[in-house]
Design a protein around this ligand. Structure first.
Ligand code: ADP
Length: 263
């Protein structure tokens, strides 16, 4: 038996313990003498079914980490393994297909298609994958985010919080191995933020969804199981709560302030 078939056999029987694994990943932009090291030999894993918040000062490498982990950007060194697949050898087409099927994204700006209804927006990833979206599945996805009654509404007819919940439903409709969220509450008021974060927490707890979320907000980060603080393209610190509980917002804010003070 070759090592390849062994890997496939393992993959078929159990999900990868790490939904995403970065091994010694570096990302350098530009060339000397103006090269910028956005990620500096970073090793980190995101275990299946866990919710991680990534924080750090502006320019610390959070977006680059998210983009490399999601296969949107290619590292200049190291290895990214997503859902058991090494992204390095994949060409652009294979990478696009893998992202489409195995990765979900939620952005600060929602990124819904304005001309499409909530229902059509949620169905879009399946259409792009060449699958005829089953109406019952789309309705269930909208019901799961509390928007069963809004299926026929276009984004302009929805509040910010509702738009983001449509975006979450759309990101999850392909049952991705990882949901990446980039400042998902950055454009929302406190109440809508709370709803969206509770929804993300719920999909982690109920269906074992793996989530990686970049945020500036300690209250948002306190919904995660673990908070990774970055500085200068590296992990400066990792926070979890006492005895496996979640880190508290006050503790996260204090560590962030200390980190920003020392930068
Ligand atoms: P963050 O998300 O924490 O603000 P980024 O990952 O966006 O940080 O950026 C990390 C570093 O890499 C910064 O110094 C930034 O200026 C640099 N950087 C990011 N993208 C590019 C790019 N496309 N070209 C050149 N430098 C970049």
């Amino acid at each position: 038996m070759t090592s390849e078939t062994t890997t496939d056999a393992v993959k078929a029987s159990e999900p990868a313990a790490e939904a995403v694994l970065l091994r010694s990943v570096s990302r350098v932009y530009g060339a000397a003498p103006h090269a910028v090291t956005a990620l500096d030999d970073m090793t980190i894993g995101f275990r299946t079914g866990t919710f991680t918040a990534v924080m750090g000062p502006s320019g610390s490498g959070k977006s680059t980490l998210l983009h490399c982990a999601a296969g949107l950007d290619r590292p200049t060194g190291g290895q990214v393994i997503l859902d058991g697949t090494d992204l390095g050898p994949l060409d652009e087409t294979a990478l696009t297909l893998l992202r489409r099927g195995r990765v979900g994204f939620v952005f600060q700006s929602f990124n819904l298609v304005p001309a499409l209804t909530a229902e059509q927006n949620v169905a879009l990833p399946l259409r792009l994958a060449g699958v005829r979206p089953p109406a019952a599945e789309i309705r269930a996805a909208l019901a799961e985010v509390g928007l069963a009654g809004r299926a026929g509404h276009r984004p302009e007819e929805l509040s910010g919080g509702e738009r983001q919940r449509v975006a979450v439903a759309r990101a999850l409709v392909t049952r991705p191995a990882v949901l990446f969220a980039d400042e998902p509450t950055g454009a929302l008021d406190t109440r809508a933020s709370r709803e969206v974060l509770a929804l993300i927490r719920d999909v982690v707890d109920r269906r074992g969804q793996t989530v990686v979320m970049v945020t500036h907000d300690p209250v948002a980060a306190a919904h995660a199981d673990r908070v990774v603080l970055m500085a200068d393209g590296r992990i400066a610190e990792e926070l979890t709560g006492p005895a496996g509980s979640r880190p508290r917002a006050e503790a996260i804010a204090a560590r962030m302030a200390a980190l920003e003070g020392s930068c």
